[in-house]
Design a protein around this ligand. Structure first.
Ligand code: GDP
Ligand code: ZN
Length: 424
């Protein structure tokens, strides 16, 4: 068919929303009616469910898309593999419903973090829906709810429901009322079932969860849209197997973490990446529990960093420059250099030494801890904090010895005053 000739018709343009797309045609909802429209070459590959288009009738029976209106918002996933292209899932939406289901008494929060970044980039609100609560005891629901607390603190609405029993569905319906929303999440979490429960007439294909591994089969291959009588639009999307957020987002990743806002300006370095830098207020806030550790770890993982970098990797001694391997000579993780015994007042892991100061720590003494464990006492040259650190089998013996005898060679207080008057 010659689409160019067809599209030169003089018929007035109609406006509507794309609800379904195939290779050569799409369905457009306009004034309450569905029109099947032919796709012209220039919009063919770029259309997505939720797009607003203008179309016109040709030959008194065929409709053809004339143009695509500018998108007010969108939700996209970036494919995990090269060329990391962006896959738009829906356009002109108000919110994304991130659906999660309980998995061995835990919730996979990584996907939530990724979806939140995509939502922010696309200019859409987000809410979390914990589905399948019929499968777990109420105590476990509370436990999982605790996992989600961090998102509640980020002002995200959280709905708990079951598409199976209908529990919580009315509340979800109310939250979504009048909005255009897209459902996203791993396959098998119940996105299609939720849409069916919210709009029983929708009749979406429901997948089956394999008993063995709990993972759903892919049943939804492209986004579909369902409209309720009050105007609410529900968009179903294919389940995610994996979902990256793309290189562009990585460069300014920290700005997608709202909870960092309060602290980032106070970091020592104005261009702090909040990873390896000393005196980083974000890390300090994590340490003090003001920022969720899980969210911070999510941030590190998205940057491709090990969430516990300081305890697992080899480091170069700040004082003598030797390379120190993280774990040998009977220690699981080192805090000081075995050659010069100096340390750094920086440790992201919780425990007695956790600190973000970044100052050089000088070894000042040796002592015996509880359980006859020998340790070095370090003093921070920056903030004067003292901390004690287990001695490793390959620590420099001469330096240890010189530390041990220091009080004898230069007594810290005049010893003669200890001897009572008249006895010398
Ligand atoms: P989707 O891939 O996210 O769209 O998931 P589906 O809607 O296809 O659901 C996957 C499977 O989970 C189906 O077998 C559903 O019957 C089941 N399912 C969905 N929601 C619930 C729920 O709330 N409770 C229970 N027990 N099963 C559910
Ligand atoms: Zn920082």
């Amino acid at each position: 068919m010659d689409l160019e000739a067809l599209s030169s018709s003089q018929e007035p343009l109609r406006k509507g929303m794309v609800t379904w797309i195939s290779q050569s045609q799409c369905k457009v909802l306009s004034d309450g009616e569905l029109y099947v429209c032919l796709l012209s070459q220039d919009v063919e590959s770029s259309l997505v469910v939720g797009d607003i288009v203008s179309f016109t009738v040709v030959n008194e029976k065929d409709y053809i898309i004339k143009n695509l209106h500018i998108r007010q918002s969108f939700f996209a996933r970036i494919n995990d593999n090269p060329p990391y292209n962006q896959q738009l899932l829906a356009a002109n939406i108000d919110a994304v419903v991130i659906v999660v289901a309980p998995n061995k008494k835990a919730i996979k929060t990584k996907l939530i973090d990724r979806c939140l970044i995509s939502a922010k980039r696309g200019g859409v609100d987000a809410l979390i829906c914990l589905n399948k609560i019929d499968l777990i005891d109420s105590e476990v629901v509370d436990l999982l709810d605790n996992d989600l607390q961090v998102y509640r603190e980020l002002q995200l609405p959280i709905q708990k429901c079951s598409a199976e029993t209908g529990e919580g569905i009315d509340a979800l319906k109310e939250v979504l009322s009048g909005k255009k929303v897209v459902f996203v999440g791993h396959s098998g979490v119940g996105k299609s079932s939720l849409i069916n429960a919210l709009a029983p007439q929708a009749k979406l294909v429901i997948g089956e969860v394999r008993e063995s591994d709990g993972r759903g089969r892919h049943t939804t291959t492209s986004s579909k849209i369902v409209q309720l009588s009050d105007g609410t639009c529900l968009i179903d999307t294919p389940g995610f197997k994996s979902f990256s957020i793309g290189d562009k987002a990585l460069t300014d990743l920290q700005y997608y973490f709202d909870e960092f806002n309060e602290y980032r300006d106070k970091c020592k370095f104005t261009d702090c990446s909040h990873t390896d830098e000393p005196n980083c207020q974000i890390k300090w806030a994590v340490r003090e529990g003001k920022i969720s550790r899980k969210r911070y770890e999510s941030y590190l993982r998205l940057l491709g960093k090990d969430p516990s970098p300081l305890s697992k990797t080899a480091f170069k001694c700040i004082h003598c420059g030797s390379m120190v391997s993280p774990n040998d000579a009977g220690t699981k993780h080192r805090n000081h250099c075995p050659h010069c015994l100096y340390s750094l007042h920086l440790d992201f892991n919780p425990g007695d030494r956790a600190a973000c100061c970044g100052g050089v720590m000088e070894p000042v003494a040796v002592w015996v801890r509880k359980g006859n464990e020998w340790a070095i006492i370090h003093r921070c040259q920056e903030c004067s904090a003292l901390s004690s650190n287990r001695i490793a089998a390959d620590d420099n013996e001469f330096l240890l010895l010189s530390l041990a005898v220091k009080p004898l060679s230069t007594p810290p207080f005049p010893l003669e005053h200890l001897i009572p008057q008249g006895q010398n």
